[in-house]
Write a protein that binds this ligand. Structure first.
Ligand code: SF4
Length: 688
């Protein structure tokens, strides 16, 4: 089945996109790391074992269609006709918004682009959003407001290695992207995390705030930076706007008040500011821990304010950045699968942006739908009076990864038509009316954009099983069956990318100078890259920020408490996150034997006193309850946990899903759900 004996490509999982060499000598695919700068010959457990899924017995190898309540094998024509009949029926009865699309941050740039085009032209729906809304939306909104553009890291990962200090707020990179730790050996690490994670354990200083209080802590650090004289006043005067308004909010966050709210001792707050202030070169980085909150945008904004006060962003050797999580989490949010965006990071409500994209697509600007619902709001509305009745899911498993999972499953079950394109029978696929088998990463060509905005080639090593198609082929087939001209939906990735380049030209994420030929010749191209003779932009903002006056913006933010606080009924915080051996909803990694052995089940981390009070011991099965429902997890007593907090990994399905208890409270700006804090109680299984 091998097309080429060996290819250089990248890991299918997280946004670090470690470089790998795949070889197929007939006895199976082997993976070896390359000297790609982000991983320099290293890979994590997930990367090493990624090839196992290619030949997995669990692989979806042909279409499935639901008949008499059961999914049965079908041919492509039957599957396609079932999908198209359902979509047309939804459109006839409910109008174009009767159908919706849900995408994923793991889809290649080409798939993300064509999916957005398919939704807006072939379906004519405004309802397209994706699981990246659960991931990077707060960071993106805050970055756009402060810097005028959102690129997770506006500098290469390798720059971190030369820093003197790095503040990591809400990111457990030692488990989520271990090779990144190689670049964090020299800097003094300051970690902000309610848990003593593997990353926090390696830090020079660990600040352990109560879940949901990160913005208060960030405001307090800004307060101390000002009163302790660590502000770079020349930088603030010459390169920013809005310091005074931001300071007026931070002025009331004196250290003792911050300690009272967050639990972080005054001495530790002061030590963090001193370490950052003393560093010649320093970075402030955020992750999902501080972003997945109902005040996520303000929290990221508060950390950006701190970094601006210290004079870090846009200075060589220093900076601010957000660590993108999903494999193509960066590219996935740039090419139009987000409800408010068109390709090139353009706005779906801006007339000039609509005209540009409509010109590339060969349609009238007025024919493009407006902004649709955000991911959770879209899922929440499925099957309701004014919600979509048909849903197409590509590369996502929302029944496990969305908050308030039981409710989401009920909404999916209320649909007239649920279609899932995937290569494994995820929990969402098992609910579908039609399942479409699609290729995996080593079976397809394309591009992804990693966390530092570098565009990378994904290369095909081997052909897919006979009845499996690429997502591009699936979209083209559906579009044509819906009456669209075939030439509007190329299924050759290079052709799609060339169209994407035109659509992005002049946009905030300009790919117009990036081509397959340049990437294949070894060029390292970070967007923006506005011409074929442009060398790309590995380091942004050195000459100015992306706002029209070249200055960054402080954004005046305050601390708001989380959507739920502990009370007598639910006396604990519950927070969620990842473990080393699993990835996202676990649909892929739970099927890999080595990874499953390493992390076979949901484990709840509990402080010894909390466990004792709840009548729990190590290895007991516990029930964790919230106002949304209950989930079961094996107890691990962890002395470094906060007494008021339990931690759940979110990779497990069914009655072990962490998202059975998470709170779908949304940030008012980014519409990101509050995965990182809710109120809960814990007890032995059988109680609760
Ligand atoms: Fe893959 Fe991320 Fe692990 Fe690298 S760190 S091997 S990209 S999962």
């Amino acid at each position: 089945m091998s097309e080429q004996p060996e290819v250089e490509t990248h890991c299918p999982y997280c946004a670090l996109q470690c470089g790998t060499r795949l070889a197929d000598a007939g006895a199976g695919v082997t993976i070896t790391p390359t000297e790609f700068p982000v991983n320099r010959g290293g890979l994590c457990h997930k990367g090493w074992t990624a090839a196992e899924l290619l030949g997995s017995p669990d692989r979806i190898r042909r279409p499935w269609v639901r008949r008499d309540g059961r999914l049965v094998p079908a041919d492509w024509e039957t599957a396609r006709d079932t999908v198209v009949e359902g979509l047309l029926a939804a459109r006839r009865r409910y109008g174009p918004d009767g159908a919706a699309v849900f995408g994923g941050g793991g889809l290649t740039n080409e798939k993300s682009y064509l999916l957005g085009k398919f939704a807006r032209l072939a379906l004519g729906t405004r309802h397209i959003d994706y699981n990246g809304r659960f991931c990077m939306a707060s960071a993106a909104a805050a970055g756009n407001a402060a810097f005028g553009v959102d690129r997770g890291l506006p500098f290469p990962v390798t720059d971190l290695a030369d820093a003197d200090a790095v503040l990591l707020a809400g990111a457990n990179v030692a488990e989520t992207m271990p090779p990144l730790m190689r670049h964090l050996v020299r800097p003094d690490l300051i970690v902000i995390d309610p848990r003593r994670t593997a990353t926090a354990a390696r830090a020079a200083l660990h600040l352990q705030p109560a879940p949901g209080t990160d913005s208060a802590l960030a405001l307090g650090l800004l307060h101390l930076a000002v009163v302790d004289g660590e502000v770079d006043t020349t930088y603030v005067r010459e390169r920013t706007h809005g310091f005074d308004a931001a300071w007026r909010r931070a002025v009331s966050w004196w250290p003792e008040r911050v300690e009272e709210v967050t639990g972080v001792a005054v001495g530790d707050q002061r030590a963090a500011v001193r370490m950052l202030g003393a560093a010649k070169n320093a970075y402030v980085l955020t992750g999902r821990g501080v972003e997945q909150h109902s005040n996520g945008v303000d929290t990221v904004g508060a950390f950006i304010n701190l970094s601006l006060a210290l004079g870090l962003p846009g200075r060589a050797g220093s900076g601010f950045g957000c660590l993108t999580g999903q494999g193509n989490g960066q590219g996935g949010r740039e090419h139009g699968q987000k409800s408010d965006q068109l390709p090139g990071y353009r706005s779906v409500v801006d007339q000039a942006d609509r005209e540009h994209v409509a010109r590339v697509w060969g349609v009238a600007p007025d024919s493009l739908p407006g902004a649709g619902r955000s991911a959770y709001e879209l899922l929440d509305s499925l099957g309701t009076a004014d919600g979509p009745k048909a849903l197409l899911v590509f590369g996502s498993n929302p029944v496990v990864s969305a908050p308030h999972a039981r409710h989401v499953a009920e909404r999916l079950a209320a649909l007239d038509l649920l279609v899932v394109a995937d290569f494994v029978p995820s929990e969402t696929a098992r609910m579908a009316d039609v399942v479409l088998p699609v290729t995996q990463w080593a079976e397809e060509e394309g591009t992804v954009t990693n966390l530092e905005g570098r565009v990378l080639r994904r290369r095909r090593l081997r052909r897919s099983p006979r009845h499996v198609r690429t997502d591009l082929e699936v979209l083209r087939g559906l579009a044509v069956a819906l009456g669209e001209p075939a030439e509007r939906y190329p299924d050759d990735p290079r052709e799609v990318f060339d169209e994407l380049r035109r659509a992005s030209r002049g946009g905030r994420a300009d790919y117009s100078g990036i081509s397959y030929d340049r990437l294949d010749s070894g060029a390292a191209l970070h967007w923006p890259c506005p011409g074929s003779d442009h060398f790309g932009t590995p380091r942004m903002f050195l000459d100015g920020f992306a706002h029209s006056d070249g200055r960054a913006r402080f954004v005046a933010v305050d601390h708001t408490p989380p959507g739920e606080e502990p009370d007598s009924e639910y006396p604990l915080h519950v927070t969620t996150g990842r473990v080393l051996a699993q990835y996202q909803s676990g649909a892929q990694t739970r099927r890999i034997a080595e990874l499953n052995d390493a992390a076979p089940e949901a484990v709840v981390e509990v402080h010894p006193d909390t466990a004792r009070r709840a009548g729990l011991r190590d290895d007991d099965l516990a029930v964790i309850s919230s106002r949304r429902g209950k989930t079961l997890a094996r107890v691990r007593v962890v002395a470094t946990m906060r007494q008021d907090t339990v931690f759940l990994p979110f990779h497990f399905p069914d009655q072990h899903s962490a998202n059975l208890v998470t709170n779908p409270a949304l940030d008012p700006h980014s519409r990101i759900p509050e995965f990182k804090v809710g109120a809960a109680r814990i007890g032995p299984c059988g109680e609760g």
